[in-house]
Design a protein around this ligand. Structure first.
Ligand SMILES: *Cc1c(COP(=O)(O)O)cnc(C)c1O
Length: 350
């Protein structure tokens, strides 16, 4: 099966008379003993269906978590006491905040680097236990050479993680580049409708899978069964949504490039995420408050277009421009998106 077919078909009950087409929501805290499931913190058939579908799309085996950050935290918990973690200077703020917190408690030793500077990354890999990558990166939209960094990290004996939330397996499958773990905020594109919080980890390494499953069992960072069902329902249309969001983003980027009031348009060439830089934070604030269709909101990857000035968050990296607006382009008609965005930019330019 090709990916678009996998997204629709993997994780369904068998084609037998009276079977439902969709895996039902299993509300169960416990199961009759003697089988494989036993207790609701260890296993759930609805998680299973989601894990099969996403695992197949990424080309590995998947574990679902209660949120993207629960998945991030569970991976970081595998790092030995005081060991080095190489991470991007620009990445999702929650990941940076977790690393800061772990550093304050002397749990791990994070080293933040510019991931586009391959020499600096290779040098930083020395003695590292884990190399964390995000590509494209939030909200700088940097694309990193995952394959080259993975080679250097493995030569240094470090594991490599890629946060694949922005690209999704439709556009990029990092396990094929040799990385050890892929992490997702399934809250974003995978679910796609801004109504679920969920996370996931995918790996080809059976030992890592076993250890992470054990950690999930003990930490209890498990998704709800309804969330897993909704996320799987979202996954069924992932291809269509990503393709449409990307087509809209590419057209908007072309038109934004013709405007003279923007300092910068940052777009990696693929996907539905775009960052634009206005001359000041005040300009960016005016734009985010002047749209009528685009929703001023954090998060991303929903069917609806959203935008926000990232530096409104204290935890955002100071190297991110004050006037940077991150756009999550949805699947609406691009003419409506353009009409609204350009009138809001005009308001800020007045
Ligand atoms: C949102 C996000 C996360 C965190 O996921 P939650 O589901 O909000 O916990 C991690 N990484 C990236 C890139 C994200 O956008």
């Amino acid at each position: 099966m090709r990916p678009a077919t996998q997204a629709v078909h993997v994780g369904r009950p068998p084609h037998e008379p009276d079977q439902p087409l969709n895996t039902p929501i299993t509300m169960a805290s416990t199961y009759v003993a003697g089988g494989d499931l036993e207790y609701g913190r260890y296993a759930n058939p609805t998680w299973d269906a989601f894990e099969q579908a996403l695992g197949t799309l990424e080309g590995g085996r998947c574990l679902a978590f209660s949120s993207g950050l629960a998945a991030v935290a569970t991976i970081l918990d595998l790092v030995g006491q005081g060991q080095k973690v190489v991470a991007p200077r620009h990445s999702y703020t929650g990941t940076v905040m977790q690393l800061n917190d772990l550093e304050l408690r002397e749990r791990v030793a994070p080293v933040l680097v510019d991931m586009t500077d391959l020499d600096a990354v290779v040098a930083a890999c020395d003695d590292a236990s884990l190399v964390w990558l995000e590509s494209p990166s939030n909200p700088a939209m940097e694309v990193v050479d995952v394959e080259a960094i993975t080679k250097a990290a493995h030569a240094a004996g470090a594991y490599v993680v890629v946060d694949n939330t922005f690209a999704t397996p439709v556009l990029q499958r990092p396990l094929e580049w040799g990385v050890d773990l892929v992490v997702h905020s399934a809250t974003k594109y995978l679910s796609g409708h801004s109504d679920v919080l969920m996370g996931a980890v995918v790996t080809r390494d059976e030992e890592l899978l076993r250890v992470l499953k054990g950690r999930r069992d003990l930490l209890g960072a498990i998704p709800g069964t309804f969330e897993a069902w909704l996320a799987l329902r979202g996954l069924r249309t992932l291809h269509l949504r990503v393709e449409k969001a990307q087509a809209n983003a590419q057209e908007l980027v072309r038109r934004l490039g013709e405007r003279t009031d923007l300092t910068e348009v940052r777009y990696p060439g693929f996907g539905g995420m775009v960052s634009i830089v206005l001359p000041t934070g005040d300009h960016a604030d005016l734009v985010q408050h002047s749209t009528r269709l685009w929703v001023y909101a954090t998060s991303l990857g929903g069917v609806e277009s959203t935008l926000e000035r990232r530096r409104r968050w204290q935890a955002e990296a100071p190297t991110i421009p004050d006037g940077l607006l991150r756009l999550s382009v949805g699947i609406e008609d691009v003419e409506d998106l353009w009409d609204d965005l350009s009138q809001a930019l005009d308001v800020a330019g007045r």
